[in-house]
Design a protein around this ligand. Sequence first.
Ligand code: SAM
Length: 385
Amino acid sequence: MNVLMLERELHTPVLTEEVIEGLVPRAGGSYIDCTLGAGGHAAAVLARILPGGRLLGIDADPEAIAAARERLSRFGDAVVLVNGNFAFLEDIARSNHFYPVDGILFDLGLSTMQLESRSRGFSFQKDAPLDMRFDPSQQLSADFIVNHAKGEELFDIIRSYGEEPAARKIARSIVAARPVTGTLDLAGVIERATGGVRGRIHPATRTFQALRIAVNAEIPNLQSALRQAISLLVSGGRLAVISYHSLEDRVVKIYLVREARGCLCPPEVLKCLCGHQPALRIVNRKVIRPRPEEVAANPRSRSARLRIAEKLAATGSPAGPGDPPVGQASGLSARSATVPVDPPVGQASLPVHSTPGGTSRLSSRSSVSACPPGNRRPSPIRRLS
Ligand SMILES: C[S@@+](CC[C@H](N)C(=O)[O-])C[C@H]1O[C@@H](n2cnc3c(N)ncnc32)[C@H](O)[C@@H]1O
C-alpha cells in the first residue's frame, strides 16, 4: 500500500454516510462510539450533534485513544474518551453519565492503524512478535495460543473463528514447527502446510483472523455488548453495527433478528411460554454494503456490512440470564476447548467457544477477580478526558 493510500485509509472511516443516515444524530443528543479507533465516525457524529450534544468514545487500545483525542480536540467538552473494553459498556456508560443514549455505534475489528503497525503482529505482511492484542495490558497474546495451545484447541480456533477448511493441516504444522517466533515465521508455516500462495487470498489470512478473534475474545464480547447496548438506548434510539467478516455479521444478524421478534417458543408450542417481547425494529432488512466508489477509494471497506436497528418503546431487558447465548444459535459454540484464552472481558473463565449467556451487567471490579491468577488485568476502564 502506498503512503497516500495508507494516509487516506487511516483517516477515512468506513460507510460514514450510511452510519450517519442510520444513527440520525440530532443536535443535543447523546451518542456512544464503542470502537473509537482514530475517531473518524466520532467526528462525523459530533459535527451533527452540537450544540448541546455529547459523545462517549471507547476503545481498548490506548494508542487509538491518543490518536482520537488529538483528532477530536476541537469538540472540547462534548467528548468523553475512555480506554476500556466495550464488554463493560453499561458500566462505562453509566459511570460517565451516558444513560440513556440516542445512538450507539460499533465499527468492529481492527483499525488500519493497528493493522499497519510494525509491532502489533496483526499482519502477516511484516515481521512482528505474535501479539494481536487490542489492549496491550491484557496478558493473553497470539504467541501463547500459537506456541502453547494443544493441537486440538488450535484446530478448533482456526476452524471456528477462521472458517478455514485446512484448519487440521495448519494446526498440525504449527504444533510441529514450535517454537514459532513471529508473524512471518507463522505465515511461512501456514504457506508450507497449505501448498503455498494460490489465488487472491493469502493462505494465512483466515488463521490470522482466527487468532485475533480468540486473543481478543471478540465473539463473546460482542454478544455481551449488544445486549448492554440495547438496554442503554432510549426508545427510538438507534444501534449501528459494522462488521467485517461473516462470523461477526452472523452474530449481529442473529441477535437483531431475535430481539425484533416476540415469542421465541418453538413452533410446536401453541401458547407462548417464553413471554419474550420485541425490543428492536430492524431498520435495514438488507445489510448495507459500501458502494463501489467507496471500495475503490478505500479497499479496506470492501468487506464491511452495516446493520441498523431501532429500540422499541416499553421493552423489558431483551435477554434474560436464562436465554440461550446468541452464538449457540449460529453454531459458534462448537466443541469446548480449554485453551487458557482470556475469558471474555468481565466473564469468568470460559472455554473458547462459550458465550456469555447470562449476566449482561459487567462490573469492572468483578472482571478482575474473575480472571485466573496470573492473568489479571489492571482496571479495564481508564477515563482520559
Ligand atoms: C475498525 S476500528 C474503528 C475505527 C473508527 N470507527 C474510526 O472511525 O476511526 C475498530 C476499533 O475497535 C477497537 N476495539 C475492538 N474491540 C474492542 C473492544 N472489545 N472494546 C473496545 N474497543 C475495541 C479496536 O482497538 C479498534 O481501534
